[in-house]
Design a protein around this ligand. Structure first.
Ligand SMILES: O=C(O)CCC(=O)C(=O)O
Ligand SMILES: [Fe+2]
Length: 334
């Protein structure tokens, strides 16, 4: 069992600024959130009438799901609640990472043939998945589940190996990064540094992964999760011979998180994604996916031998910031 070090109150909230931030957000997102917080606060003081404050804070267009009793949102007209509850996910939403959601792809005529013809539209073939056949579900909540794992690979061995190869080649040039994620850093490379993997993932997200997440978490997601978007994606390397071997329990600063095993489980001992709610790790083999609510306390179970490579993605729901924060807080202790 992994040691538990649960210090969080809410993801990257301003309340935590007195202490070091302890969720796995990216440092520059923190800075963005901090600057936004100051601007919001000044704005909300200047426009102290509640209606104006809401408009200034640009929350008026956010679609709202059924209010939950434990949520202190804009309805309270408290600037404290506003700054604490609303900032983190919008911070992710405004990043310029080139992970696009399905509708964007169609609107832009996204072309994955790389021939420079921006007018041709790629036809995406969205996969369908069946619960209990393609994946199993763990940790029930309301009518759905908060953790899922696929039963068969979603990426082929060849696809996985080419991602590892591109990451290792890039790491030979620039090294693995170790400081991107606050107090819970991984040894990783952001996918935006890996052009071939990025192009592959853009299509895989639309055709394979978003449909899977919508099927798995559809019970919870407003509008059936139409607006899923990856806000951060990276390749993590655990290495028992002198590298990082585990990732301590933490919460991610997004709505959903998933990781995909890139190498076979025969290449390491230990490993898997540990969850407090399961009191143990979920272990998957090459090409399979573990997906979960980001706010569940989880970590990378230590490896004692070999190497473990995974892709990790943090997924947000664009335009549903209030809903996202409510969901985050509602399930974080399950
Ligand atoms: O290693 C794992 O399975 C979990 C990784 C993780 O939680 C993360 O990178 O945020
Ligand atoms: Fe995580």
């Amino acid at each position: 069992m992994m040691p538990i070090n649960d210090q969080l109150q809410s993801p990257c909230s301003l309340r935590q600024r007195k202490k070091p931030c302890s969720c796995r957000c990216i440092n520059h997102y923190d800075q963005f959130a901090m600057v936004s917080a100051v601007l919001l606060l000044v704005g909300c003081i200047l426009f102290s009438a509640p209606a104006k404050a809401t408009a200034f804070c640009n929350l008026g267009s956010i679609k709202r799901a059924t209010p939950q009793s434990n949520y202190v949102g804009r309805g309270s007209q408290s600037t404290t609640a506003l700054k604490v509850s609303e900032l983190h996910v919008p911070g992710y939403a405004q990043t310029k990472l080139p992970f696009i959601h399905p509708d964007d792809n169609r609107r832009r005529g996204y072309n994955n043939s790389n021939n420079g013809d921006s007018t041709s539209t790629t036809i995406f073939h969205e996969r369908t998945y069946q619960p209990n056949v393609d994946y199993t579900s763990l940790v029930p909540h309301q009518n759905g589940h908060l953790i899922h794992r696929t039963t068969t690979p979603i990426f082929t061995p060849r696809e996985c190996q080419s991602i590892i190869n591109e990451a290792e080649a890039k790491a030979n040039e620039m090294g693995w990064t170790t400081t991107r994620h606050g107090n819970y850093p991984t040894t990783d490379l952001p996918i935006v540094e890996l052009p071939t993997t990025l192009e592959f993932l853009k299509v895989a997200l639309v055709e394979r992964i978003y449909p899977l997440l919508r099927q798995q978490f559809g019970e919870f997601l407003p509008d059936g999760g139409r607006n899923l978007r990856v806000a951060d994606g990276f390749i993590v390397k655990y290495d028992a011979l002198g590298g990082q071997t585990e990732l301590k329990p933490h919460r991610d600063g997004s709505v959903l998180s998933f990781n995909i095993a890139l190498n076979p489980m025969s290449e390491f001992e230990g490993g898997g994604t540990w969850f407090q709610s399961l009191d143990g790790p979920v272990k998957i083999d090459q090409g399979e996916i573990v997906s979960h609510s980001s706010s569940l306390l989880h970590g990378g179970n230590g490896i004692t031998w070999g190497r473990r490579y995974i892709i990790v993605c943090f997924v947000i729901l664009e335009g549903y910031d209030s809903w996202s924060m409510r969901f985050y807080n509602q399930v974080r202790n399950l």
